[in-house]
Design a protein. Sequence first.
Length: 457
Amino acid sequence: MKFCQKMKNNRILAHSRHWHGALLALSLLLFNSQFSHAVTVDSGAISLLSGNASSAKFSIGTLVDNGAYAGTAFDSKQKITVLCKLDVPAEQVGKDAKIHLVAKYKGNLYMVTQDNTWIPWNGDPSSLVSNIAKLTLKTTQQDFIHTSITGVTGDLQLFIGYSVDNDIYHNNTPLSFSVSAAPNNKPLSHAELMMVQPEPNIRPTYDANKAYLSGGIGILVYDGVNAMDVLGPFQVFSTAGLRPMLISASKDSTGAYKTLITTNSGLQLTANRTIANTDNLEVLVLTGGAVETATMAQDPGLISWVKKIDKTSIWTTSVCTGSWILGASGLLQGKMATSNWYRADELLAHFGAIPMSNQRYLFDGKIVTAAGVTAGIDMALALVKTVFKNDNSNGHDFTQSVMLDIQYDPDPPIKGGSAMTTLTPVYDGMTMMYDMAGEWYGLGMSLGDYIKTIPVQ
């Protein structure tokens, strides 16, 4: 047998962006740290497998000292969520693994299977054959969540490990629990709500030195992007504790990708990463603008990157005219989609989509599209509601807490803001203005006609 012995200390998961300002950074730190809170194991507190290769037997240790959940009486109506990071040696990254969960309950050991059958276990690692999941180890800090343990009354201890090539490794980073639901739909307390974790986990993964490893939510930025397309979803995801990143697709005068971006309003943003050093994301958000977006939609490097990210993403999304980039990547063909109001139906049809421009945002499988600019806020809230659906209210309570934190309750002074609610003379005048943008930028045709020359790659 092989054994991983290294244990990690608990880590505060909240963080802030330097350009948010001191007050907002402090408020987000406090809010996100609450959402990340769960009872965790102190260093050295867990030992799934102990001993040497010749006498490797399961050894029960103290799971949590004075823990709020482990080692105390559970209510049989509660659903228990198990959260952990597996500390994976670098040489195992890329290998397939089986995840094992062992329970100590009322003095007996059980192997917990994928369908939550509890099989009595004698503690011999060679008989540890049941598993609750199979996965490919993607990073040295592999997240794992198991959420369907119910019917427990009284004390419970849980231990998690994994096997690769028939060698069993114990979990050597903190394991945490949270009570996430109850069949009677009783609302969670504030403390319980703050412990709900995203499912699937769309947060990025970091190493022990807090350096980025992979995944997470990436919001595309480039010179000329609409600031609100970026900042609306960014604020929603940040408030929900999901740690979004800005991913730059713009280059400097030397041809290298840069991180300092100037939006179409002159606001400057500093990207966390570029498309050159980002290989996978759980969520990709393609943002829009005007002529600059049309240019990006014809950038072979960006289109190739979008296609690559989409192959492994959970959701690939667009805000506003970011749908032009999504469409140019071939990802809207046959998909119901919405977009910015400007000639939305004809431009969506050009990219092979089924136009649904009267929708504020729209899910069609893993493709999610939002209408113009501020609709990105609603789309981001819809994604938050989806990943926090285990809050015992199908995501309602958690999402409402995010909305309250940013006090999102729009009440414009007049009716308008969409093609259907805008007076015809105003709508026609705005359409003409954007048509003329093509001439202003020397495209030799209206902006809409120019967009229809963009090929689907």
